[in-house]
Ligand binder design. Structure first.
Ligand SMILES: NC(=O)C1=CN([C@@H]2O[C@H](COP(=O)(O)OP(=O)(O)OC[C@H]3O[C@@H](n4cnc5c(N)ncnc54)[C@H](OP(=O)(O)O)[C@@H]3O)[C@@H](O)[C@H]2O)C=CC1
Ligand SMILES: O=C(CO)[C@H](O)[C@H](O)COP(=O)(O)O
Length: 484
């Protein structure tokens, strides 16, 4: 057998996993002057990258993890961009076998933050430093500048910051990358980002559906409405791409693209994780949850098929007297609902800080979401300012700027939800956001009745408005209340 000759260290960082994201992140790193060792389970992706883009910077192709370890400068830095889940575990295990104490493993995939906490703890036992890094921006962002959410050991971050901050999107000279917190904090924030992404997409889709149902206008005409909205408070990447999708014409049929796509929204699971986690943290993220459920309803094609011919609803279009006033109402309803979804997402970070002992700075998160990521939007500047004014703001809705937006929008919001409901157009995002808003502001909630029911059937006790303590009403005996 030929002896293995170790090459001299020649790369500042290694990337393993060169599919959509890893391929483009490796190129982004190289374009910023970093020498990048390239590894992939199947060698073709390494060879293709070098063949197609080898002139963009310094690439060091390798064919095994042992070789990867040999070519990296110490402490070694390895970015893992493989399929989330068991594949990531397998790669990390293999890496642990070839790395040394002090080296840094960076998981840039969409990992569940609980997995990141587990992986960080396991590698710590071997002295290997582990970073769970949320990366948003898709294929294009990975190449030209994503939003990056690194979580891990603060000291180790110093060895990563120059690279990550260089390849991140830049907004006004500020990189869309900042240290988020220890262990799973970075992946937690990426998960919440994705939950908000689901909610924002659902709300935009509801706005489109209402406009299409009520107005005799084509998708291309409605694209003009969204384009106008994109020059105001709603300016965002998601509105921008909505315009492109609505204008797109199917080459095969000449029909609007949105009319030839099967109306069943798919999902990879990060929205589900957000809702599961919110339930565990006890944070009501109704806007995000409705968005996940709405994708679920859309994909239950069998039930929808049967319901279509069976369950009655109002006939005809929603009636609108003044087209422009209606469009403005929908815009305000969309903005108000979006505020609620973002407020709920940021609330999860506050709660996670308490549960996991993190110190996620929500203003800093808003800052790094302003560029590169899927939910980049003008109003993230307003969110950053809100947290600048009050770092521990209990809800974004309490900041004067957002309270005023709700004051300005709430009547329109109610008209839109009323019209949609009366006309049989489903608006789970708009209506659940409004219900959350009204629940927050209510003097009294019917939760008191629920407490009574719980006490009656299970002696679960209740608290009184007029004195401290826990009480049971003695439903089956003499009716005497007792303190418990
Ligand atoms: N696509 C996107 O827009 C975004 C993706 N992400 C996350 O980034 C990560 C990479 O995503 P993406 O680029 O889309 O690629 P995929 O999620 O499609 O994963 C493909 C890569 O994983 C490798 N792989 C799969 N199984 C194994 C295994 N058992 N052992 C070793 N390698 C394995 C593949 O190697 P091979 O070529 O040999 O098959 C390939 O390099 C994922 O965690 C994803 O969730 C994050 C943000 C956005
Ligand atoms: O992480 C991303 C962007 O930030 C992915 O694009 C996102 O996971 C897509 O999710 P889904 O397929 O569930 O819609």
């Amino acid at each position: 057998m030929e002896p293995v000759v170790s090459p001299q260290p020649s790369a500042q960082i290694g990337v393993t996993g060169l599919a959509t994201m890893g391929h483009n992140l490796a190129r982004n790193l190289a374009r910023h002057g970093f020498s990048v060792a390239l590894h992939n389970r199947t060698q073709e992706r390494v060879d293709a990258l070098v063949a197609q883009h080898g002139d963009e910077g310094t690439f060091v192709p390798v064919s095994s993890l042992e070789e990867l370890a040999a070519v990296l400068e110490r402490p070694r830095r390895v970015l893992v961009m493989v399929k989330a889940g068991p594949a990531t575990d397998a790669v990390i295990d293999d890496l642990a076998g070839v790395l040394e104490p002090g080296d840094i493993v960076i998981d840039g995939g969409n990992a569940h933050f609980a997995d990141t906490r587990r992986r960080e703890a396991a590698l710590k036992e071997k002295g290997i430093r582990f970073f769970g890094v949320g990366v948003s921006g898709g294929e294009e962002g990975a190449l030209n500048g994503p939003s990056i959410m690194p979580g891990g050991d603060r000291e180790a971050y110093q060895a990563l910051a120059p690279m990550l901050e260089a390849i991140a999107a830049q907004v006004g000279g500020t990189p869309c990358c900042t240290y988020i917190g220890p262990d799973g904090a970075g992946h937690f924030v990426k998960m919440v980002h994705n939950g908000i992404e689901y909610a924002d997409m659902q709300l935009i889709a509801e706005a489109y559906d209402l406009l299409r149902s009520a107005l005799d206008e084509t998708p291309a005409q409605l694209a003009d409405v969204f384009e106008t909205w994109n020059s105001g408070d709603l300016e965002s990447f998601l509105i921008e791409i909505t315009v492109r999708v609505l204008r797109h014409v199917d080459g095969a049929t000449g029909r609007p693209f949105v009319d030839v796509v099967v109306d069943e929204a798919e999902q990879k699971g990060t929205g589900l994780w957000t809702v599961q986690t919110a339930l565990e943290l006890g944070v009501p993220v109704s806007g995000i949850a409705e968005a996940v459920f709405a994708r679920g309803v859309s994909s239950h094609s069998g039930q929808r098929e049967r319901a279509r011919g069976l369950l009655p609803g109002p006939a005809g279009r929603p009636h609108v007297d003044d087209r422009d006033a209606f469009v403005e109402d929908v815009r305000k309803a969309l903005y108000a609902s979006k505020l609620v979804a973002y407020a709920q997402g940021f609330d999860m970070m506050r709660s996670a800080n308490e549960r996991y002992g993190w110190d996620i700075d929500r203003g800093a998160v808003a800052t790094i979401w302003r560029g590169g990521c899927i939910i980049r939007a003008r109003f993230l500047d307003r969110i950053r300012e809100a947290y600048d004014r009050e770092r521990e703001l209990p809800s974004l809705l309490f900041d004067a700027y957002f309270t005023q937006a709700l004051v300005d929008g709430q009547e329109a919001w109610r008209r839109v939800v009323s019209l949609a409901t009366a006309s049989g157009v489903p608006v789970p995002g708009f209506s659940s956001a409004l219900a959350y808003y009204d629940a927050l502001r209510a003097d009294r909630l019917p939760a008191a009745l629920i407490q009574g029911q719980r006490d009656l059937f299970g002696a679960h006790t209740y608290r009184r408005v007029d004195r401290p303590g826990s009480f049971h009403a003695g439903w089956s005996g003499d009716g005497q209340e007792e303190e418990r």
